[in-house]
Design a protein around this ligand. Structure first.
Ligand code: DAH
Length: 352
């Protein structure tokens, strides 16, 4: 019996030598360690042996089983390893092949300009406050001192979501970022209605107008509104802030000028020009030979607007402005057609 066991062990180990892959390995396991393998038959027939023989043969059979299992484990490892080596050799990497080009994304030029503007304003103490693009007529116009049918509404042709009946409050797409002033003032005033805190914010965002789309006008564009409200704020603060902004945006030597203007929500109102940075003020096509470029509208917040925002105009004053990042880019880079901004033409976008 013991001879038979060494015979079983020897022939199993010999057979294992020639095993090369996973499937013949599995066949080997079934043949030599499986339920009806010669070794397992020895185990099942132990009961037939005499009492004296049984322990010796049992121990020997166990030893053979442990040896075959160990050999199987070792072979499994080496089969795996050589399979891996083979697949590495077959799929050899040619490191001299040129790589596939990776297209790098970038921020839209308007987003880049918005970020430049907001970074400068942040340095000057203005926090970003964002508000909704869908507004009511009341907040977009009425509370900003545009009564219904006021002729100043003609400055901003409106896209309506729901026109509403006469006397109702239509829902519309904001025509400017100025309604954010009302939302902001009301939110700040609500923090302490008896003594509302001062405000110094920048309101960026998309605006919409029912314009005929041409090289100079689009149905959508960004604005960055500024608003400062507090006690004792004067027109000098407005001028100082906006001139400093222009210096940081267009260069320390950029000259500026203010011209009187009109907006319903500011009194007095002014537009600010910077010296044309294309021709240096001499006069060119970009500045239409005037030497100046208009970059924003501004003014002292109208007392009615302060009141509507929850700030008592007898105690508080403030200034505000609105400017357009797309317009700044057009002037800076001599972009002749505003339609490029939302045209999604990669040849344009790639240049920024
Ligand atoms: N909302 C104005 C527009 O879209 C721009 C503007 C002018 C905003 C004067 C202001 C301001 O805050 O004071 O044309």
């Amino acid at each position: 019996m013991l001879d038979k066991l060494s015979e079983i062990e020897k022939s199993a180990l010999d057979a294992l030598e020639s095993v090369q892959d996973a499937s013949s390995l599995d066949a080997w396991r079934v043949a030599h360690l499986g339920r009806s393998s010669p070794l397992m038959t020895v185990f099942s027939e132990l009961g037939k042996l005499s009492k004296e023989e049984r322990p010796t043969v049992g121990q020997a059979a166990n030893r053979v089983k442990v040896a075959l299992e160990a050999a199987l484990a070792e072979k499994t490892e080496s089969v795996k390893r050589s399979a891996l080596e083979r697949s590495l050799n077959e799929g050899k990497l040619d490191v001299t092949l040129p790589g596939r080009p990776i297209h790098r994304g970038r921020l839209h030029p308007s987003t880049q300009q918005l970020r430049r503007v907001l970074a400068i304003l942040a340095e000057m103490g203005f926090q970003v406050y964002t508000s909704r693009e869908v507004e009511t007529d009341e907040i977009n116009f009425q509370l900003l001192n545009f009564p219904p049918h006021h002729p100043a509404r003609d400055m901003q042709d409106t896209l309506y979501i729901e026109a509403g009946e006469r006397g109702e409050n239509p829902i519309l797409l904001r025509t400017h970022t100025s309604p954010g002033q009302i939302h902001a003032m009301r939110e700040f005033a609500a923090m302490n209605p008896k003594d509302p805190p001062p405000i110094r914010i920048a309101l960026p965002g998309m605006c919409f107008r029912a314009e005929q789309i041409t090289a100079r006008s689009e149905v959508q564009f960004n604005q960055v509104e500024g608003l400062a409200v507090g006690k004792g704020i004067t027109f000098s603060d407005l001028k100082g802030t906006l001139i400093e902004f222009a210096h940081r945006m267009f260069g320390q030597n950029a000259r500026t000028r203010f011209r009187a203007s009109y907006f319903p929500f500011t009194e007095p109102s002014a537009e600010m020009d910077v010296e044309c940075f294309v021709c240096g003020g001499k006069g060119c096509a970009v500045c239409k030979n005037s030497g100046w470029l208009e970059i924003l509208g501004s003014g002292m917040v109208h007392p009615t607007v302060l009141q509507n925002g929850g700030y008592d105009p007898k105690i508080y004053s403030g200034f505000a402005w609105g400017m357009g990042p797309e317009r700044q880019l057009m002037l800076r880079y001599k972009i002749e057609d505003i339609r490029y901004f939302w045209g999604n033409d990669i040849r344009f976008l790639e240049q920024f």
